[in-house]
Design a binder for this molecule. Structure first.
Ligand SMILES: Nc1nc2c(c(=O)[nH]1)N[C@H]1C(S)=C(S)[C@@H](COP(=O)(O)OP(=O)(O)OC[C@H]3O[C@@H](n4cnc5c(=O)[nH]c(N)nc54)[C@H](O)[C@@H]3O)O[C@H]1N2
Ligand SMILES: Nc1nc2c(c(=O)[nH]1)N[C@H]1C(S)=C(S)[C@@H](COP(=O)(O)OP(=O)(O)OC[C@H]3O[C@@H](n4cnc5c(=O)[nH]c(N)nc54)[C@H](O)[C@@H]3O)O[C@H]1N2
Ligand code: SF4
Ligand SMILES: [Mo]
Length: 727
């Protein structure tokens, strides 16, 4: 995939990792006469594989509409200005808004795609340069329910508490709401043996490519009514207890709470579960037996329970993941070699993004912002008084809802998110963004969100910068510069320094990623996500370092990192995992008169997230040009729809338009739409921003809609992604 020849100040071949998802496939970028070429490298997560997005990633380096100058809105238009002018304007306006309305009137929205260094610096910038409590990020949309559940049950949240390769030895894997075949294709290599042995069980209301792999390999596909996974999990736990397949020794030694969970799942007879979820009793029994047979207590080769966004992006996501952990604990799987529970983190640095202080309630090192000891430690590293650190801010959905409202934030800085496509109930979010006095967006390409900005600051992207990313396994990786950035763009560390100095912020504001990492390491020391023993230098020697990796005394060997957590004890007060009773409530919105069908949303292979990057790659755009509505032929027939027909989906929040794609893979009561696309097919216009009460994660995966054939008059599209429109 050749592009513009690179620029001479960096070596010809650079070892780095893919710009996109949390699998962080290892790749080598080579500058040739024809441009930058990419090849996969052998690495434990991808084993020399990459998906189509990775193979086409160099195209991102030369997109024709790359932003290469700061843009400032003047007379309704975004016009090019110099860096000093742009930063002066931003700092002046921030100062005014702060003086008039207080520091919390300035909010920050970060992203799980930022390197650890940028995420750390952004959290610090919010707390000590802006003095605002209001910083949150798109990880709230992605991992917060899994994190909340793991924290309360296991005492710690690291997506996978074991290396991905461990899955290779398993006899059974239960995959809930995850479509790895499209979202992390090279990871399937680790599941090949378990699939071939008939041990893969996938729970998804669609026969996704991953569900098809399971079923075709002799495993199982459970196809529940959307939003009923919690009932399915309670049913599986019921069967494991009923059939006395639990690991009683493990439960006695390593857990608390068995009686409460026994009481709670006692009422979830398989017949009741079938009634609620539609999953037949026989299938539930087969799934429970398959897992139990694979468990260590049964002499099996091991079993894993893994969750994805399908079950987490739900208003009962935290409880659903808790039920998944309960099941794994009952079978004695967690904290044992060859078995386990994990949640599949999604964004490139979705893992590190949540460890270094972008989340409204967290400080670096996965410390909590309301813990006095944590505040004192971090304040000392930052050189400020702990009393000057703000407290807990608003979580993403509430933050977005509050923008521009009386008493709410008047300014927003966005780093690494395209909210108009990816936030739930996105038309309301657009209205809130428009109501701001100041919207500043850092990005490298125009997005639906930069189009609304007052100031756009162009930043470097993956292959143009140094830093670290933490993969879905908690392994810290080096991102390396393979080409020089185009003239006119700056790294986000430079942007933050420029603003911090203009705002007379305390603290130091290095622009060197290795230095920022060293400070991050100090700030994380002693925290749950302890990176203090990690450095760019150590990573550059090729060591595989999983956090926690604490610093050691000079005369001691360096800490080797922690690939597997919980082997001896859980990081809870008594060292035991907690079995917690949870109840099935169902989604916040259910089909009813006027909106009879379930709408579920998700991803396709070719596009990444809001599509700001992948929609610019011609091969990907050609393979997947637009949104579609996947629906069952029986449903289509009832609605008078044929393949390729334009349909409208509507509910109280609005209307979306896309072409019908007929498929028996989806339930007859359900339609599926991917969320990557702008314009009339932008599905988040009608998704529900109801949130989980514990994690505050929105219910992207479930709402209800009416589906009708396209009337004569088409909906007005919202226009192309690029361009400089007035707000
Ligand atoms: N191609 C591609 N890959 C990606 C990304 C991308 O945008 N594109 N993004 C990355 C990121 S940030 C993330 S978070 C991950 C997400 O990775 P996944 O979690 O695998 O992706 P999704 O497609 O969002 O959802 C997975 C499945 O959940 C199912 N689902 C919907 N509702 C329900 C339900 O009620 N119950 C159950 N059991 N399943 C349900 C959907 O049908 C879908 O097949 O992917 C990462 N990788
Ligand atoms: N309906 C529905 N909606 C969903 C989901 C779903 O399953 N269904 N999934 C949700 C999930 S899991 C996620 S993670 C979100 C993600 O959705 P978004 O938060 O929109 O994430 P991206 O599309 O990755 O947006 C990243 C933007 O930041 C830019 N960018 C990339 N790297 C950097 C960087 O280092 N610095 C800066 N300043 N900019 C950068 C990109 O060019 C792009 O414009 O979507 C959520 N929305
Ligand atoms: S699976 Fe993820 S990390 Fe690997 S090539 Fe594809 S997008 Fe990149
Ligand atoms: Mo995500």
């Amino acid at each position: 995939m050749p592009t513009d020849p690179g620029r001479p100040s960096v070596p010809a071949a650079t070892s780095t990792h893919c710009p996109y998802c949390a699998l962080q496939c290892a790749q080598t970028l080579t500058r040739t006469d024809a441009g930058v070429a990419v090849a996969p490298r052998d690495f434990p997560t991808n084993r020399g594989g990459m998906c189509q997005k990775g193979w086409t990633s160099p195209t991102l380096l030369d997109v024709p509409d790359r932003i290469t100058s700061p843009l400032l809105r003047r007379g309704g238009e975004l016009v090019e200005v110099g860096w000093d002018e742009a930063l002066d304007v931003v700092a002046d306006r921030l100062r005014t808004i702060r003086a008039e309305s207080g520091p919390d009137a300035v909010a920050v929205f970060g992203g799980g795609g930022l390197t650890n260094e940028k995420a750390y610096q952004l959290g610090k910038f919010a707390r000590i340069a802006l003095g605002t409590a209001n910083i949150d990020y798109n990880g709230r949309f992605c991992m917060s329910s899994a994190a909340a559940a793991a924290n309360r049950s296991l005492g710690m949240d690291r997506g996978l508490p074991f290396p991905l390769e461990d899955l290779r030895g398993a006899q059974a894997v239960l995959l809930l709401g995850s479509n790895l075949a499209e979202t992390m294709p090279p990871s399937l290599g680790h599941l090949a043996d378990v699939r071939a042995g008939g041990g893969l069980v996938v729970v998804d209301p669609r026969r996704s490519p991953t569900a098809a792999l399971a079923a075709d390999g002799g495993g199982l596909h459970l196809q529940p009514v959307p939003g009923t996974d919690l009932a399915v999990l309670l049913g599986l736990a019921h069967l494991v207890l009923r059939d006395r397949r639990t690991d009683t020794g493990y439960l006695a030694d390593r857990t608390t709470g068995l009686d409460a969970v026994r009481d709670c799942v006692g009422a979830w007879w398989p017949e009741r579960v079938e009634q609620v979820s539609g999953v037949p009793v026989r299938t539930l029994e087969r799934a429970a037996a398959l897992l139990a047979d694979a468990s260590p207590i049964a002499g099996g080769r091991g079993a894993y329970v893994l969750t994805g966004r399908g079950v987490e992006q739900s208003s009962q996501g935290t409880d659903t993941v808790t039920a998944a952990i309960n099941l794994a604990l009952l079978l004695g799987l967690v904290g044992r070699r060859g078995s386990g529970f994990g949640a599949l983190t999604g964004q490139g640095n979705g893992q590190g993004g949540r460890e270094h202080g972008q989340k409204a309630d967290q400080l670096p090192g996965y410390r909590m912002v309301d813990d006095p000891a944590a505040r004192a430690h971090v304040a000392a590293v930052w050189g400020v008084d702990p009393d000057d650190l703000p407290g807990k801010g608003l979580p993403a959905v509430q933050l977005l809802r509050s923008l521009g409202t009386p008493g709410g934030p008047r300014a927003l800085l966005v780093h690494g998110s395209n909210l108009r496509i990816s936030a739930p109930d996105a038309d309301s979010v657009t209205r809130r963004l428009r109501s701001l006095d100041l919207l500043v967006v850092c990005d490298f390409v125009p997005s639906e969100t930069t189009r609304l900005a007052d100031v756009v600051l162009p930043v470097t992207q993956w292959a143009e910068e140094e830093g670290t990313m933490t993969s879905l396994e908690g392994r810290v990786l080096r991102r390396r510069r393979a080409v020089d950035p185009p003239p006119g763009v700056r790294s986000e560390l430079e942007v933050l320094r420029g603003l911090a100095l203009r705002l007379d912020a305390p603290g130091t504001w290095s622009t060197e990623p290795a230095e920022v990492f060293a400070e991050l390491a100090r700030a994380s020391a002693g925290g749950k996500a302890d990176y203090s023993g990690i450095s760019h230098r150590r990573l550059d020697t090729g060591e595989a370092l999983f956090w926690p990796c604490p610093a050691t005394a000079d005369d001691q060997p360096a800490h080797p990192g922690t690939p597997r957590l919980f082997l001896d004890r859980f990081p809870t007060a008594d060292g035991r995992a907690r079995l917690l009773p949870v109840e099935h409530r169902g989604p916040a919105e259910r089909p009813g008169p006027g909106r009879p069908l379930h709408l579920v949303t998700g991803r396709v292979l070719q596009h990444y997230q809001s599509g700001a990057q992948t929609r610019r790659v011609p091969e990907l755009a050609a393979a997947s040009p637009e949104a579609f509505v996947e629906l069952h032929p029986v449903t289509a027939d009832r609605l008078g729809l044929v393949e390729g027909a334009w349909v409208r989906l509507r509910n109280d929040r609005g209307e979306v338009r896309a072409r019908a794609r007929l498929s028996t893979d989806v339930r007859t009561d359900t339609v599926f739409v991917p969320f990557h696309f702008p314009g009339a097919g932008r599905i988040n216009r009608i998704t529900n921003d109801a949130v989980d009460p514990v994690s505050q994660m929105p219910e992207f995966k479930n709402c209800s809609v009416d589906v009708v054939a396209e009337p004569a008059e088409p909906l007005a599209a919202t226009g192309p992604a690029a361009g400089r429109r007035t707000r």
